[in-house]
Design a protein around this ligand. Structure first.
Ligand code: BGC
Length: 768
């Protein structure tokens, strides 16, 4: 990892001082920390005492089937799970929520089992537990790993106090296809940004010591290739070369493993005909072999059983055999291991040493969490109350939220809103007073309807200085909104249009809040069309016709195709889904208390037909442009996106000097320093994200036309200049070559510096 990722400290540091233990020290390097001679000895002793059935029990994970808050009694088909927990046949549970319920479940597991091995509780703590932070895609827009680390730290503190030991995060799937609903859970299209954010989140969740009562184990997911499902459809086949796997998909996983992530989750998709759950190349050769990963791999929900419909396993028994052989250690909800592994061992179809290794890996993490010292140490109702939704946590959420906002267009100085001249503000649209969508999908224990809406934030910021009027215009969703229900859009009810037009007419500025409902993105929420759904397009036209002084305040879990709308208004702000403090954070930016500094972690395409898209594409043999059609192009659209990766405006402007290089020839063990002078050429203080890209001109395999290799956030006063330097070594230029090695190849390189992936200035050097 280049040493050029500067953390924007400032406010975060001040905040951390108010939040004890929010800044972990340097994380352990890799997962070697899980393996100490003392722990291995204890595990050996335990393994020696365990029956085969008890071993299999450790590999078995259930989602909470019980009412653990009520009397510890179970009825009907719950009885079986209840009995299994009591007899040590369930090593882990997910979705047991709260200090009281986790305590009760743990008591159950310890009450009747022979060896009293504590269960490990896992939960999807994706962007906050109760205090909800921006969705991960939004956080990636901050280009601020310290912000992502802080967000994970706060989430861990709250979740741990509620009895969780383990989060199924971070999701580090690179995705270049906004049709995929789960693009909201990752860091977008870029390998380098994704790697930096992956490591930051692992550090945030795990802190410096997994045994601390405010840290939880991370689970890096979905290993691997889940973001590359064909046509952007969830769970779909991903067919990719080893070249793409190694150079694009795996680096963020490797970065997370290097940061010490204790666990991995495999993925639903197949690659090259092999479902990840049954993929020994991924799990055994690469993860546990090449990367020497010492933690454990959990299957994704039911993914062992899903190898049957994949057409890879004839039945659950064969699936169990294949999954364990391939390196899947824990079975989430397939009941394949608990149903068949013991028989498979007895039939000599599975080597018991594979079972022992999987148990060992799980026990390592349980020991590291301190569960053998005190199985109840995380389940603390008093701490749960004291640590949750604190003012400091909410302040952190607001800070990370405003850093995640990306200003996409601002013509004629409509923003920031000038309180001296703007006396009437209209806040219009289905998302204007939506207190729930900012919570996003994968919302942990975030309370429905608990976010600060845009309207509330604007009213609070405007105070008595401006009149704020509101009109919904049209509903976006009719029908149920929840994790399981597919969105049903309002396509007929225009009864609110007249009031919206009326509100717009008299306003000095219109904030038009459009985009996506929380449950439009997330798992199972792929879309073939990523434009404004329902009646939003019509509402947009009606409002803009009534008053063109419109700021399009776009909220979404993915990039949207808004070319037409963006052309029709002077200002566009991408606000994603920003969590508990969304409205306040957006108002901070709208009124200029915070100068926007977010940059796109994924391009906004012009049309869905451009997908999948990345700036880091290959040149092809016919890059063009040239006359005629026979070059790699569309005939009905430009190749480039509406807004590229790394793009985002500020209320000020920045310029870059030509990059200056410390040497034109980089020696194998040496370094080249790339320096550019960044100047604030506008009238306000602002934060620029200076970006460094590289192109390897000729390789044993072709290389992308540009690849991000570093970024730094620089705060500059009006007129101020600063030299920004990035240091590159051969390691930063390495990739998976035709020789099947991670190495740098000598030859010519270009370097580019600039404020986004498109507008750059360049220089060149060669690697000896
Ligand atoms: C998702 C995982 C998640 C798991 C447990 C699965 O459907 O793919 O990301 O961690 O459920 O909730």
């Amino acid at each position: 990892m280049p040493r050029c990722v500067a953390r924007s400290l400032g406010f975060v540091l001040a905040l951390c001082l108010a939040l004890p233990a929010l800044v972990p020290a340097a994380p352990p390097s890799g997962t070697a920390y899980l393996v100490s001679p003392a722990t291995e000895k204890k595990i050996d002793a335990l393994l020696a005492r365990m029956t085969l059935e008890e071993k299999v029990g450790q590999l078995n994970q259930y989602s909470n089937p019980l009412d653990l808050t009520g009397p510890a009694a179970a009825a009907g088909n719950q009885q079986a799970a209840y009995d299994q927990i009591r007899t040590g046949m369930v090593g882990s549970m997910l979705n047991v929520n709260g200090a009281a319920a986790t305590r009760k479940a743990q008591e159950l597991a310890l009450s009747g089992s022979r060896l009293k091995i504590p269960m490990i509780f896992g939960y999807d703590v994706i962007h906050g537990y109760k205090t909800i932070f921006p969705i991960p895609l939004a956080e990636a827009a901050s280009f601020d790993p310290a912000a992502a680390e802080l967000s994970a730290r706060v989430a861990a503190t709250e979740a741990a106090a509620a009895g969780q030991h383990w989060t199924f995060a971070p999701m580090v799937d690179v995705s270049r296809d906004a049709r995929w609903g789960r693009i909201m859970e990752g860091s977008g299209e870029d390998v380098y940004l994704g790697s930096v954010m992956a490591a930051a989140r692992v550090r945030g969740f795990q802190g410096r010591d997994l045994a601390a009562v405010d840290t939880i184990a991370a689970c890096v997911k979905h290993y691997a290739g889940y973001g590359f499902g064909e046509a952007g459809r969830d769970y779909n086949t991903a067919d990719m070369s080893e070249h793409t796997l190694r150079n694009v998909v795996l680096p963020p996983f490797k970065a997370a493993a290097d940061a010490g992530a204790a666990t991995f989750m495999n993925s639903f998709n197949e690659i090259g005909g092999i479902p990840s759950t049954g993929n020994a190349h991924l799990q055994r050769d690469i993860l546990k072999g090449e990367w020497a990963f010492q933690g454990f791999v959990v299957s994704d929900w039911g993914s062992i059983g899903e190898m049957i419909p994949h057409g890879f396993s004839a039945d659950l028994k064969q699936a169990a055999q294949q999954a364990l052989a391939a390196g899947s250690d824990m079975d989430m909800e397939s009941r394949a291991y608990v149903g068949h592994l013991a028989t498979l061992v007895k039939e000599k179809k599975v080597d018991v040493r594979l079972v022992d290794d999987a148990v060992r890996r799980i026990l390592r993490v349980k020991f590291a969490l301190g569960l053998f010292d005190d199985p109840f140490r995380y389940s603390d109702p008093a701490r749960e109350k004291a640590a949750t939704l604190t003012p400091a946590n909410l302040a952190a959420a607001r800070d990370v939220a405003r850093k995640s906002i990306v200003l996409l267009k601002n013509e004629g100085g409509l923003l920031p809103i000038d309180k001296a001249s703007v006396k009437k503000i209209a806040v219009i649209g289905p998302l204007a007073d939506d207190k729930d969508s900012p919570i996003g999908n994968w919302r942990g224990q975030g309370v429905a309807g608990s976010a600060v809406s845009l309207l509330e934030g604007v009213k609070a910021a405007a105070g008595s200085q401006a009149q704020v009027v509101h009109a919904e215009g049209a509903k976006l969703i009719v029908g149920p909104r929840n994790f399981m229900a597919p969105p049903v859009y309002n396509t007929t009810d225009r009864s609110g249009f007249a009031a919206a037009v009326e509100a717009a007419r008299g306003a000095d500025v219109v904030l038009l809040a459009l985009g996506e409902d929380a449950f439009q993105s997330g798992e199972g929420r792929s879309q073939a069309d990523i434009g404004l759904k329902g009646l939003q397009g019509e509402l947009f036209d009606a409002v803009v016709t009534a008053n063109p002084r419109v700021v399009l305040v776009l909220s979404s879990g993915r990039p949207l195709t808004i070319e037409k709308q963006a052309a029709a208004v002077p200002a566009v702000l991408a606000t994603w889904q920003l969590g508990s403090e969304a409205g306040n954070a957006i108002a901070d930016v709208l009124f200029g208390a915070s100068n926007p500094s977010g940059r796109l972690p994924v391009a906004f395409p012009r049309a869905v037909g451009q997908l999948p898209f990345t700036y880091a594409h290959k040149n092809t043999g016919r890059p063009g442009p040239e006359p005629g059609v026979t070059w790699s192009r569309y005939t009905d659209l430009p190749n480039d996106p509406l807004y590229p990766f790394g793009y985002g405006l500020s209320y000020t402007t920045f310029s870059y000097s030509e990059p200056r290089l410390s040497t034109a020839e980089l020696a194998a063990g040496g370094e080249v320093k790339v320096t550019t002078t960044v100047t604030n050429t506008g009238a306000r203080p602002g934060v620029e994200v200076a970006q460094l890209y590289v192109r390897d001109m000729v390789g044993s395999v072709t290389r992308p036309v540009k690849e991000l290799k570093g970024f730094q956030k620089v705060e500059l006063a009006p007129g101020q200049s600063r030299e920004v330097s990035f240091t590159l070594t051969a390691a930063d230029l390495a990739f998976y070559t035709a020789r099947g090695k991670w190495e740098a190849e000598p030859g010519a390189f270009k370097v580019f510096v600039g404020g986004n992936s498109r507008d750059t200035r360049e220089a060149g050097f060669s690697l000896k």
